[in-house]
Design a protein around this ligand. Structure first.
Ligand SMILES: NC(=O)C1=CN([C@@H]2O[C@H](COP(=O)(O)OP(=O)(O)OC[C@H]3O[C@@H](n4cnc5c(N)ncnc54)[C@H](OP(=O)(O)O)[C@@H]3O)[C@@H](O)[C@H]2O)C=CC1
Ligand SMILES: Nc1nc(=O)c2c([nH]1)NC[C@@H]1CN(c3ccc(C(=O)N[C@@H](CCC(=O)O)C(=O)O)cc3)C=[N+]21
Length: 284
């Protein structure tokens, strides 16, 4: 059997086009367009590429997109002042602070300072708490993207066994909450999980968010399962690899996301969607 490929690139383009039409309708009605502000501290090359891509795609659908590039030696106090300024600016709908931050800055303190109504990354404790309570504020972009791909790949999620590998605040935990809200039976696996292959073998849905290239092998996958590979690992040859051994898993799975072209593009499209959601909640 060869798995169906879940085309995240196409799904993301469709989602962006839909958001673009909504932004155009706002503009036609004489309303302000949503503003997305991305804050980048330092010169991390991967982060620079991501921020440029977010800026370009936001501008493409007619959003007001602004990148704030601050030097690596920016103090925590100066970054907090920047966030206070963006919180107070009515034209700012979404604030995203690109992670990771330089080591001298306490990431938790920065996230806590973002107005939860403008937290388009969905990482503020208020938004994480709402999600854990089965309600929804702003939902983290990558988990939201995973769910949109799953809903496209499967007729119904209700009652399915889902195994999430990874428990980070950015991906593993929130994706597990969303799967639970969709009535899956959810297992969260992590570095202390015993016999991970056997745990994964139970899953109708596997979400891999580990950060270890090609860790999940084909013989861990239940035949016909749907595999969502969140991993983005830069290999020595410069190519990207997921957390799943794609060549092996594609022989066993029913459907699978590729890397690149899977969850990554959906993450950015969902950021734009969250910006529009934040705009509507705050200014109609
Ligand atoms: N496609 C996209 O848009 C995005 C992709 N990513 C990618 O997703 C991956 C995960 O990111 P993130 O969640 O931030 O990573 P983190 O490093 O924060 O978390 C990794 C998780 O994997 C677990 N883990 C590590 N080793 C193993 C192992 N051998 N067996 C089982 N579990 C293990 C860790 O367990 P423990 O908690 O016990 O340490 C941890 O919970 C990365 O490749 C990242 O680049 C991230 C964000 C967006
Ligand atoms: N505050 C914050 N929020 C994030 O959501 C966040 C972050 N910080 N820091 C870094 C990670 C990583 N991340 C990706 C986004 C898009 C692609 C993406 O579009 N990937 C393309 C390929 C891109 C390439 O070729 O390099 C793909 O998978 O097809 C990947 C990874 C968001 N993250």
């Amino acid at each position: 059997m060869t798995a169906r490929i879940i085309d995240g690139k196409a799904a993301a383009a469709e989602l962006r086009a839909e958001i673009g039409r909504e932004v155009a309708a706002l503009e036609a009605a004489g309303k302000p367009v949503p503003g997305l502000h991305v804050v980048l501290v330092g010169e991390d090359p991967a982060s620079k590429v991501y921020v440029a891509s977010k800026e370009k795609l936001a501008a493409e659908i007619g959003m007001n997109s602004v990148a704030h590039r601050l030097p690596a030696e920016t103090t925590e106090a100066a970054l907090l002042a920047k966030i206070a300024e963006l919180n107070a600016d009515d034209g700012v709908d979404g604030i995203l602070v690109q992670l990771p931050l330089p080591k001298h800055i306490d990431t938790g303190r920065i996230i806590d300072a973002i107005d939860p109504a403008k937290d388009v990354d969905g990482l503020h404790p208020i938004n994480a708490g709402l999600l854990a309570g089965g309600k929804t504020g702003l939902v983290p972009c990558t988990p939201l993207g995973c769910m949109l791909l799953l809903k496209q790949a499967l007729p119904s999620l209700s009652g399915l066994e889902a195994v999430v590998i990874g428990r980070s605040e950015l991906v593993g935990r929130p994706v597990a909450q969303l799967l639970l809200q969709a009535d899956c039976t959810v297992t969260i696996a992590h570095s202390r999980t015993r016999d991970l292959p056997a745990v994964v073998k139970r899953a109708d849905i596997v979400v891999a968010a580990v950060g270890r290239p090609r860790m999940v092998k084909g013989d861990w996958i239940k035949p016909g399962a749907t595999v969502i590979d969140v991993g983005i690992n830069r290999m020595p040859d410069g190519k990207l690899a997921g957390d799943v051994d794609y060549a092996q898993a594609a022989e066993v799975a029913g459907a699978i996301t590729p890397v690149p072209g899977g969850v990554g593009p959906m993450t950015i499209a969902c950021l734009l969607r969250n910006t529009l959601t934040a705009y509507r909640a705050r200014r109609g």
